[in-house]
Design a binder for this molecule. Sequence first.
Ligand code: FES
Length: 218
Amino acid sequence: MSTGGKKNNNPDPNRRSVIIGGAAAIAGLAAGIVIGGSAFPKLEEKTQVQTVVKEKPIVSTKTVTQTVTKVVPTELQYQKQKVANISQLPSAGTSVITTYMGYPVIIMRTGVKSIGGVGPSSDIVGFSNVCAHMGYQPIVYNSKTNCLVCPQHFSQYDVTVGGMPVIGHPNEYLPQLYLEYDESTGDIYGLGFNRLVYGVYNNVLQAPSSSSSSSGSS
Ligand code: FES
């Protein structure tokens, strides 16, 4: 059963299709180049030269000298106001409740030389009568301890040392009223506060009034 040696003269159909396929591909490629060449004509490249003129901004500087006169209204200043007379403070431990420029204040005679004290013994001092913690008023003078005591949250300020808070919540001193003493008449004058009264941003601008009125003594 030998089949070897017999030449197969029938061409391989697969091989023939490869050859036909290859020829068709080459023809297609050639046609594509020709068609493509006419379908996408080559653009002509042109170089254009444009001239751009840049303009510089013109800057002019002008110096103007102006004199401004600022007028400070005289009413926006602390006033000198009588707040008590020494006859109302005959002994240590006495006090006067009154107002200065409309603010509640308390004037006390401590019996010991005090910071900011006036009078024969430098023991008469004045303070805002509004608590520096949350604005409660009036605060009460305790002559035994020389402290102003706030009934609201029981904070205390020592009036012999500039209203320093010694007990309680405040983290600042009680505003002290600067005083002036007239030896010839015994009158005591308020001249202004040393710090902001509770609740205002400007003691003078927001002063309730410019006149004082005495409301009691003890
Ligand atoms: S308001 Fe005076 S201690 Fe709080």
